[in-house]
Design a protein around this ligand. Structure first.
Ligand code: IPE
Ligand code: IPE
Ligand code: MG
Length: 229
């Protein structure tokens, strides 16, 4: 029995589109309600004393979607950063971004850089946002950078410093909503020993109660990391 909370919890926030379509609404409305769910959960996670939270907001593969939907997701990221920055500062939470944000316009990139700068000295807690992210690309990018830096042979400790999550512990628990049971290129390296929880709840319907259920389930898991104990 593991009665501890995860130190790092990650969310694959899936099902916004289906949530909207079920209600006869446009997919973009689903994404807006998805951000509402995110705001509730962000507050609750840190209130509970979980110090690291990751969210999958856009995969690199999502760029295959219609331009209009990508534009909505970019706008929502912008609004969300504006919205949560005061909370990050108030609660001493560092912002971390995983992925290629060069798809954003200059002013959004600048805004993100400033938010990163404003929160970079907070070392005990982090909100980690994956945007235009690919787990495979992250690994390849890290390997290329290690080569460029002149490393002949590397080990896990050196390699991990090149990942977006350098200085963030691996996720203990990954929650995916909407009933899909796959990883979809999320944190491939970091999830080696993560516990994974799937729920049929669509992300906009995700509440504190849904999280409590996931945490109760997590507490019952026996993490062995390859050992027999
Ligand atoms: C998750 O919801 C959000 C993103 C992938 C950006 P989806 O948009 O994938 O919702 P479904 O899976 O189509 O319902
Ligand atoms: C994964 O969800 C990406 C995000 C939640 C941002 P998708 O909806 O894109 O994943 P697939 O296509 O169903 O695997
Ligand atoms: Mg989906």
């Amino acid at each position: 029995m593991n009665d501890r909370l995860p130190r790092h919890i990650a969310f694959i926030m899936d099902g916004n589109g289906r949530w909207a379509l079920k209600k006869g609404l446009k997919r973009s409305i689903g994404h807006r309600y998805g951000v509402k769910a995110l705001k509730r959960i962000f507050e609750y996670v840190f209130e509970l004393g979980i110090n690291y939270m990751s969210i999958y907001a856009l995969s690199k593969e999502n760029l295959k979607r219609p331009k209009e939907e990508i534009q909505t997701l970019i706008e929502l990221l912008n609004e969300y950063i504006d919205d949560c920055l005061p909370q990050l500062i108030k609660n001493k939470i560092r912002l971390n971004i995983m992925g290629d944000i060069s798809i954003l316009d200059d002013s959004s990139q600048q805004k993100i850089k400033m938010a990163l700068e404003d929160t970079k000295h907070y070392s005990d807690k982090a909100l980690n946002i994956a945007f235009n992210y690919s787990g495979r690309d992250e690994i390849i990018k890290a390997a290329n950078q290690a080569i460029k830096d002149g490393h002949g042979e590397i080990n896990q400790e050196i390699f991990e410093k090149y990942l977006y999550t350098a200085s963030i512990p691996d996720p203990d628990l990954i929650i995916r909503t909407s009933g899909e049971q796959r990883i979809s290129n999320f944190m491939l390296y970091q999830s080696a020993y993560s516990e994974i929880y799937f729920t049929k709840t669509l992300w906009p319907d995700f509440t504190k109660k849904t999280l409590d259920a996931a945490l109760d389930d997590y507490k019952k898991r026996h993490r062995k990391f390859g050992d027999i104990k």
